[in-house]
Design a protein around this ligand. Structure first.
Ligand code: SF4
Length: 382
């Protein structure tokens, strides 16, 4: 078995059973695991305090456990995360951080706290209107509050050099993940779309020092092979909240396509945006959040997301745009129409597909992805 395959298998194992990785880390270090809903939480601060930041990804099974607490029109990501907890599948968590970005995230903390209280439960509130002059001041205050509460929980202040080391580690990992993204975009035979997004998912779970080693090993073997050709496949840009289920990546590839860019929470939004390592580190973290690529949850009156998407599609020379509509995601719901209109005006073929954590009908999803790819000149599948 090649080294490349070994590392990829490890990433698969982690995403199949994320709890195992967290439990092992707890046994080895005696440390505490703080779960967070994806994404936009300052993981660097959690890491600097010595805790393991653990990205909670929704599960496929047992969603009905959440039905007694949340209406079935609440977004399936939040419902499935709560269901994981109620089903005992997150029992290794010591704490929970929920970034506030929509009604669903606002309401779930109270229910979670009632049903499965943990020793550290924290609502984190990034600014919603990131271009307001007051956003940076506000966000700095929120970071200071969060840092203080982490310190109280830890019983010790977070030293500047601890935070600096964490920022450096996160920057290294983001840089390595971006390199993987670029390699995939140049030649998807080196690393498939599914493998790439699975690695990004695992990167929110694996202890970050270990992650760095794994990414370096993987890149060493891929760089050794190096892209032999520019991909001749149909280039697809995906947008929305999450690439979920991951099978979507398979359906794109089996129809002759490949993913060349995205603005997803479990994609480019997560791995992009290094933080300066000198100067006022909290200020750097605040500016980093405000500089992130646009998202439906962090918007402003001039809606830069539309322009960002058109430019990104053109820059990546994408042939088509797949809009993944996570059912009942309220911030995204408000953006879809505008995005579709602006893309159509720019002459970019666009297809909207409804997705869901849990009971997605894979057959239907596959047919819709195939039909779009066929329309773009892809492989006709029987
Ligand atoms: S932003 Fe959308 S997907 Fe994320 S928690 Fe809110 S409703 Fe769910």
């Amino acid at each position: 078995m090649g080294l490349n395959t070994e590392v990829l298998k490890y990433f698969n194992k982690v995403t199949e059973d994320p709890g195992q990785e967290a439990r092992r880390w707890k046994e080895e270090t005696g440390g505490k695991v703080l779960g967070f809903l994806l994404t936009d939480v300052p993981e660097e601060l959690i890491h600097a305090a010595g805790f393991l930041p653990f990205g909670i990804y929704g599960g496929e099974k047992g969603m009905s456990l959440a039905d007694a607490h949340l209406q079935n029109w609440t977004c399936s990501y939040v419902r499935s995360c709560l269901a994981l907890s109620l089903g005992g599948r997150l029992d290794f968590l010591d704490g929970l951080v929920i970034p506030q970005r929509c009604d669903a995230t606002r309401m779930v903390m109270g229910i979670w706290n009632n049903q499965k209280p943990l020793s550290f439960m924290n609502n984190f509130r990034p600014p919603r209107q990131v271009e307001r002059p007051s956003a940076k001041r506000y966000y700095l205050g929120e970071l200071k509050r969060f840092k203080k509460e982490l310190e109280e929980y830890r019983g010790l202040k977070i030293a500047d050099d601890e935070l600096k080391k964490s920022i450096q580690l996160y920057n290294s990992n983001r840089t390595l993940l971006l390199k993987l993204f670029d390699l995939h975009r140049q030649d998807s035979s080196l690393l498939s779309s599914r493998e790439l997004y699975n690695i990004i998912r695992a990167s929110m779970i694996i202890p970050r020092e270990k992650l760095k080693g794994l990414l370096i090993r993987l890149l060493d073997t891929l760089n050794y092979k190096s892209p032999q050709k520019t991909d001749q496949k149909i280039k697809i840009f995906i947008s929305g909240t999450f690439l979920e289920p991951l099978e979507i990546a398979d359906y794109i590839e089996e129809s002759g396509g490949t993913i060349v860019g995205d603005d997803l929470k479990n994609g480019f939004r997560y791995i992009n945006g290094n933080i300066p390592e000198e100067g006022d580190l909290l200020q750097n973290l605040a500016e980093g959040q405000l500089r992130k690529i646009p998202s439906a949850s962090f918007d402003n009156s001039i809606n830069p997301r539309r322009n960002f998407l058109v430019n990104a599609v053109q820059e990546k020379r994408a042939d088509g745009f797949l809009l993944l509509h996570l059912k009942y995601c309220e911030p995204e719901n408000f953006d879809y129409y505008d995005i579709q209109q602006v893309l159509k005006k720019a002459g970019i073929p666009v297809q909207k597909i409804e997705t869901e954590f849990g009971d997605t009908s894979l057959g239907q999803l596959r047919t819709r992805v195939q039909a779009f790819l066929e329309m773009l000149g892809g492989v006709e599948l029987v």
